[in-house]
Design a protein around this ligand. Structure first.
Ligand code: SF4
Length: 220
């Protein structure tokens, strides 16, 4: 697939953005292109050049991981953003969520998953001189922002790197997210990422009444 920049790219509805004091170098944990589009557009408009950190050992199986990774890389290249893709190590992730397989979406397994990803991001930020980190994990209306923020602040506490807890859903960014998903024609994701969200059928976030196997929508 080849991504093409939509003609209206650069028209973010979030025209005001309060940049954290002292932010000189930003690392952004990114989970997939659909969750990123409107946030990256917002960064572009406000002159922020982050480095994208695609650390997502939760995504399963490997083919799904590679699809999401490759699309994210293509988007980063198109927009001229630097990116980092650490090694894919799903076995370690499975070990971390052992015993939480039957937890519902937004439950304890997701807290562990968010913490794992944001802790890795904060550690990388600390080791490589980033002044701040943030994430696109809470851009979907199906995610619990407080749960994501709890993980972000725990990672801040552990590393000393400030977590930028901007709400990337407010001021029209949810609507803009879905516009960009459509105009970029991003890969159609049917579940959050882990095998449990795929197999238990609970993750039907954009069209809850349609069975997940036949749903035609993009999720993240
Ligand atoms: S449902 Fe999503 S956030 Fe929750 S554990 Fe699975 S991949 Fe992580």
């Amino acid at each position: 697939m080849t991504l093409i920049l939509p003609p209206d790219f650069g028209t973010t509805p979030k025209t005001k953005l309060v940049i954290p004091e002292g932010m000189t170098k930003l690392l952004v944990q990114v989970c997939c292109a659909p969750c990123c589009g409107a946030v990256l557009e917002c960064f572009k408009v406000h002159g922020i050049s982050p480095t994208l950190y695609f650390y997502n050992p939760n995504i399963h199986p490997r083919a799904e991981y590679e699809k999401r990774r490759d699309e994210l890389i293509e988007l980063a290249d198109l927009l001229g953003f630097a990116y980092i893709v650490p090694e894919y190590e799903p076995k370690e992730w499975f070990a971390k969520v052992k015993g939480l397989e039957h937890e519902p979406e937004r439950g304890a397994r997701c807290s562990v998953c968010f913490l794992d990803r944001l802790m890795a991001t904060a550690r990388y930020a600390k080791e490589h001189g980033f002044s701040h980190f943030t994430t696109t994990l809470a851009t979907s209306r199906w995610k619990n922002k407080k749960q994501v923020d709890a993980a972000g602040f725990a990672a801040q506490e552990a590393t000393g790197v400030p977590y930028w807890s901007e709400d990337w859903r407010k001021e029209g960014l949810v609507t803009r997210r879905y516009q960009l998903v459509k105009s970029f024609n991003f890969y159609n994701q049917l579940y959050c990422g882990c095998t449990f969200s795929r197999d238990n059928g609970a993750y039907q976030k954009d069209a809850p009444t349609i069975p997940v196997k036949t749903q035609a929508t993009t999720q993240g």
